[in-house]
Design a protein. Structure first.
Length: 202
């Protein structure tokens, strides 16, 4: 399991421009870019949207390639549970795009398979992973700025951290978010243009 050696203060993340209360969000039927949905229990679903040129390969070939990557993952890490990573579907979405849907049992399975930064857990678990308590977040409701250390009382909340360029959809209500986290009308957040996205969810 990866542990991040981020120095305190190296990411001083103060969000700006949020208004209204945090809201729950759900993935829309039509996607133009990659989206990631996280349940309150930490299961992760990735809707990977990519350009698709039939002149280079067929949909069947793409599916076989994706299935092969999943098989290779289990061969490299035989201790992983059978359903840690599942390729649910591969389908064309029109406009020369294709959508691949992956199901991950939890954030560790996602991180191992994709080798991206991804964490979802309690603030205590975040601390054990080396995530600095000095990182600051801003309340979605009223703009108050607090460090993770000051938010320790939020025992039931979960912290999501990622550097993935995707729209993030959470089943819980987002209480705090990091600087540069673009919040969309459907309640999703994006790490695009930021070093990392932090969301505190309840």
């Amino acid at each position: 399991m990866k542990k991040w050696k981020w120095m305190a203060g190296s990411l001083c993340l103060m969000a700006a421009g949020f208004s209204g209360c945090g809201q729950k969000s759900s993935v829309p039927d039509t996607l133009l870019r990659t989206a990631i949905a996280v349940t309150q229990k930490g299961a992760v679903t990735v809707y990977l949207v990519e350009d698709f040129e039939k002149d280079y390969y067929s949909l069947q070939e793409l599916q076989e390639m994706a299935e092969g990557e999943v098989t290779e993952f289990y061969e490299e890490i035989p201790s992983e549970e059978e359903k840690a990573v599942v390729l649910e579907s591969v389908e064309e979405t029109g406009e020369n795009r294709v959508k691949l849907i992956y199901q991950y049992a939890d954030w560790t399975a996602y991180e191992k398979f994709n080798e991206d930064v991804f964490f979802y857990g309690t603030l205590e678990e975040a601390k054990s992973q080396g995530i600095s308590e000095k990182i600051t977040l801003q309340a979605v409701s009223d703009g108050r700025v607090k460090t993770l250390e000051e938010l320790e009382k939020e025992k039931k909340a979960r912290l999501l951290v990622t550097d993935v360029n995707a729209d993030i959809y959470c089943k819980g209500r987002v209480l705090y978010a990091s600087e540069g986290a673009a919040r969309k009308e459907d309640g999703s957040f994006s790490a695009e243009g930021t070093e990392a996205l932090y969301l505190l969810i309840k």
